[in-house]
Design a binder for this molecule. Sequence first.
Ligand SMILES: [Mn+2]
Length: 207
Amino acid sequence: MTRTSTAPAAEDGPAGRVGRVRRTTRETAVDVAVGLDGPPRTDISTGVPFFDHMLDQLGRHGRLDLRVRTDGDLEVDAHHTVEDTGIALGQALAEALGDKAGIERFGDASVPIDEALVRVAIDLSGRPYLAYGADTPVALIGTYETTLTKHFFEALVANARITLHVQKLAGEGSHHIQEAVFKAVAVALRRAVVVTGSGIPSTKGTL
Ligand SMILES: [Mn+2]
């Protein structure tokens, strides 16, 4: 079956450093627009309610202009929808970051939600690497499989070409743990993309 694109994610596109990716396969049609310089707003629709909730947290706490429209084969399960959204968002982030001139490059954040505490460190390094240690006590939140979150970040990291460490330091509630992951990634990313200088922040001269 061929997927048809839904309405474009961004009629009035984001300003400043922006990336937009439209990606259609036999399994999904994804339209992602991301702006690193605001204005902060989110418009998310993937057909997977818990995933929408998490992407909304990513956008809000990252102070991103984030639009996501994914029309996926949910009749199979949410796997392709989550993974392909991660691929497109990673590509859009890479596009928005451009040559990375002047950015802070590194960012970290520790985010608690009640009993849950998650620490995240990011390097906008040009090299994809994910270290993910945030397992959850239960495998399902609603109909969302919590292992999909790691798949999402694998896809995002590979396509944005960033190094991402995610560590759960404490947590009992699976919803809290997963939400703390997305919020911590958001805050760490916000800190890493900030423009504080002018040159490329690498002794190699490129990132
Ligand atoms: Mn929540």
